[in-house]
Write a protein that binds this ligand. Structure first.
Ligand code: HEC
Length: 157
């Protein structure tokens, strides 16, 4: 009885191993097609783990804010888009303090520059939306997202 049980576990592990190897080679093949493995050459932000967790949580909130702004513009509610952009993503003393703190802890001054670009574009978007300019709001939304990506291309955890 014990023996059968042992064989069942062993067979299970073997199957799992084989299928992992198969998945792995499929993955290798896919990566090869995409140009092969390349090193991550972005600058590592040397932050304590607790700050990384906090920063990533804030980042996910930023992405949610982008969804809310997009939704408000799509619904034709430009005043709402304006309020969300300014209140949740605009440049303010708290945001400045947070960005400066990351810049200081990591010694990466550029972090503040990239952060400020995002938040100031959010303010511009807010102004355009408040003026009822839908096209300009959308163009600034695109700029805003590109500003997010510029920092992601430069830094990593
Ligand atoms: C000044 C730099 C900077 C800016 C600006 C920035 N991010 Fe990030 N973001 C980061 C870093 C650093 C990470 C962590 C990357 C890693 O895990 O290696 C990150 C990670 C993320 C993640 C992944 C979170 C997770 O749970 O892993 C999301 C989503 C994200 N950012 C959204 C945004 C959005 C949306 C914006 C613009 C509104 C934005 N970020 C602007 C630096 C930035």
């Amino acid at each position: 009885m014990k023996r059968t049980f042992f064989f069942m576990i062993a067979a299970g592990l073997l199957t799992a191993g084989v299928s992992f190897a198969a998945d792995n080679s499929a993955m290798q093949e896919m990566m090869q097609k995409m140009g092969g493995q390349t090193p991550d050459e972005r600058v590592e932000l040397k932050l304590p783990d607790a700050m990384k967790v906090m920063q990533k949580k804030m980042m996910r909130e930023h992405l949610d804010t982008i969804a809310e702004i997009t939704g408000a513009i799509a619904a034709g509610d430009l005043p709402m888009a304006s309020t969300i952009a300014r209140e949740k993503l605009g440049w303010n003393p708290q945001e400045e303090q947070r960005c400066n703190m990351v810049g200081k802890v990591t010694g990466e001054k550029d972090f503040v520059t990239y952060g400020m670009a995002v938040h100031k574009t959010a303010d511009e978007l807010s102004t355009a939306a408040a003026a009822g300019d839908r096209d300009k709001s959308l163009a600034l939304l695109s700029t805003l997202i590109k500003n997010c990506n510029a920092c992601h291309e430069k830094f990593r955890h």
